[in-house]
Design a protein around this ligand. Structure first.
Ligand SMILES: [Zn+2]
Ligand SMILES: [Zn+2]
Length: 205
C-alpha cells in the first residue's frame, strides 16, 4: 500500500522543525493492532509496518523519527553499521516531546511506549510526563505480585568438557548443549571455560 498522506506530512513537519533532512519513508501493512518500525540512518530510511491501530501507527512513526533526530554518540558512528538503538533519557526527551507536540495524549504515549519498552517509564518520570509516576508504581506492584521462579544449582561450577552427542556438542560433565557463539568461544579459549548447570523449580507464590 502507499504511504498515507498524514505520515508523509508528519515526517516533513518534524524534520523541518528540527532542521534535519527527512528520511525516505517506506510503509507496509502488518497483521494485528500494533505497528513496528525501524530507522536506518545509513540508507536514509524509516520503515514502518503499520498495524490496525491508528494511534499506535502515529506513535511508531514518531518513535522512529525520534531515533532519526537523536544525535549519534560521539566517535562511534560508522563502527558498526547496525547499531543497537539507545532508548536512553536523551532519546526519550526527544520522543515524548514529539508525541506531545504531534497529537498523542500523554496517557496513550505512556501506555504504548511502555508496552514495548518498560524502561521508558522511569525516563518519563524524570521528564515529568503526567501519569508516569503512577504507571511506574503500578508496574512495580505487578512485578512484585508475579510468582518468581526459583533457580537452584543442579551441577556445581566445573570446567566445560566438550563431547559429541549425535549432532550436538555437549558438556560431558553436565550434559548441557553448547551451541552457536558459546561453542566458538569454548573452542577458541586457551583454558577450559567453566559453567554451572542451573534448573528452575516450580513457581513460588
Ligand atoms: Zn526505538
Ligand atoms: Zn557442564
Amino acid at each position: 500500500m502507499s504511504t498515507p498522506a498524514w505520515a508523509e506530512s508528519l515526517v516533513e513537519v518534524v524534520c523541518a522543525d528540527a532542521g534535519v533532512a527527512p528520511p525516505r519513508l517506506s510503509w507496509r501493512r502488518r497483521q494485528g493492532d500494533h505497528s513496528t518500525g525501524v530507522a536506518r540512518r545509513h540508507d536514509g530510511t524509516i520503515a514502518v509496518r503499520a498495524g490496525a491501530d491508528p494511534i499506535d501507527q502515529r506513535l511508531t512513526l514518531l518513535h522512529e523519527l525520534a531515533h532519526w533526530l537523536t544525535p549519534m554518540p560521539a566517535g562511534r558512528s560508522g563502527r558498526r553499521r547496525r547499531r543497537v538503538p539507545h532508548h536512553d533519557l536523551a532519546f526519550y526527551r526527544i520522543a515524548f516531546d514529539l508525541y506531545r507536540r504531534h497529537g498523542l495524549a500523554d496517557a496513550d504515549a505512556l501506555r504504548l511506549e511502555s508496552a514495548r519498552y518498560p524502561s521508558s517509564l522511569r525516563h518519563a518520570v524524570v521528564l515529568g510526563i503526567a501519569g508516569a509516576r503512577e504507571a511506574l508504581i503500578d508496574r512495580w506492584a505487578t512485578l512484585r505480585a508475579r510468582p518468581t521462579r526459583r533457580w537452584r544449582v543442579l551441577v556445581p561450577e566445573h570446567a566445560v568438557r566438550l563431547a559429541r552427542d549425535g549432532r550436538w556438542h555437549v558438556c560431558s560433565t553436565c550434559g548441557q548443549r553448547i551451541v552457536g557463539s558459546n561453542l566458538s568461544r569454548m573452542r577458541g579459549a586457551r583454558r577450559p571455560l567453566r559453567h554451572v548447570l542451573m534448573g528452575a523449580e516450580g513457581a513460588a507464590s
